[in-house]
Write a protein that binds this ligand. Structure first.
Ligand code: G3P
Ligand code: CA
Length: 311
């Protein structure tokens, strides 16, 4: 009797959209493989993670592609065998066919980015994938229950660099529904506008509110208002960021990990929010945050994440 109850619980956890502890491969695990590429996602699946974290944009012809920067990245892109130089177009200004001219399978040698991820294995000949191709890849792997944490790359201060929040969210929801993956996808964004649209048109898809407070690139203002917050500023909630996210209808808060304190985690949990900090790459930080009780970790280095979790 006891055993069958245990087996039932294990089965429920294996098939539930709610993960017990969520280990996420950030950009597919860019400490190990070229970021946001199909070979990286495939290897992260082989390694054993719970969720693939990825960034999406929309091409000129309305296709969802997986790329982090809004512009073609000079640290990642080669064309006809040569590194691209200088000011680059936005992915949004290119058609899907035009995006396929770039090889994004290795980091530019000698760059600060290459030094930061010195152990990344290059996979030359890799192009920017479509979101549809990632969904196809995962579907071919029968039995995979992988989840997806999909970030809309949109900047309210640079409206010409992408489609607007309404169009972005609508396209993404349509693709997720077409793949039947509503229960395995979270849509995340620093731009709360897209999350508001998702919550309105697709309440069955979970949303995660990304935040960063940093002297160089804050998306949140504790004392004023931010264009990223869609009106849900902490100042309206006694200065509490978790309370602002709760008021926005969020279920998940993903803070920049140095911004997270034990007290804030407790407050967020008290409000019923799940907390998934990014991007945690150091084993000691992982251990500390797990000890505090975070609900998951978004990491560039899922191999270290697995070791720390004892998997
Ligand atoms: O999941 C959160 C994290 O991906 C946000 O940072 O800049 O790597 O997209 P970024
Ligand atoms: Ca991201």
């Amino acid at each position: 009797m006891r055993l069958s109850a245990l087996m039932m619980t294990a089965l429920m956890l294996a098939t539930s959209p709610v993960l017990a502890f969520d280990l996420q491969a950030h950009r597919g695990g860019r400490a190990l493989w070229p970021e946001n590429t199909l070979p990286a996602f495939e290897r992260a699946l082989d390694l054993g993670v719970d969720t693939l974290e990825l960034d999406v944009g929309v091409t000129r012809d309305g296709q969802l592609i997986i790329a982090h920067d809004r512009h073609v990245d000079t640290n990642l892109a080669r064309r006809d065998g040569k590194w691209v130089e200088g000011v680059q177009p936005t992915w949004h200004s290119l058609t899907l066919a035009e995006t396929q001219a770039f090889d994004v399978g290795r980091i530019r040698p000698g760059s600060a980015y290459a030094k930061r991820f010195a152990n990344q294995m290059p996979i030359d000949g890799t192009t920017v994938p479509t979101l549809a191709s990632l969904f196809d890849l995962v579907k071919k792997r029968k039995g995979s229950n992988i989840h997806f944490n999909i970030e809309t790359k949109i900047d309210p201060t640079a409206p010409g660099d992408s489609v607007g929040p309404e169009t972005f969210a609508t396209l993404l929801v349509k693709q997720v529904r077409a793949a039947g993956l509503e229960k395995r996808v979270t849509i995340q964004s620093f731009d709360f506008r897209t999350l508001q649209v998702v919550q309105k048109i697709a309440p069955e898809i979970s949303t995660a509110y990304l935040t960063i407070i940093d002297p160089e690139e804050s998306t949140v203002s504790i004392t004023g208002s931010s264009p990223w917050s869609a009106g849900f500023d902490p100042v309206k909630h006694d200065g509490s960021l978790p309370a602002a996210i709760k008021a926005a209808g969020g279920a998940i808060w993903s803070p920049y990990h140095p911004n997270l304190t034990r007290e804030l985690l407790k407050e967020a949990h008290g409000l019923g929010l799940k907390v998934l900090p990014w991007t945690v790459n150091d084993a000691a930080d992982m251990k500390r945050l797990i000890d505090w009780g975070v609900d998951g970790l978004i990491t560039d280095d899922p191999a270290t994440g697995r070791k720390v979790l004892g998997r």
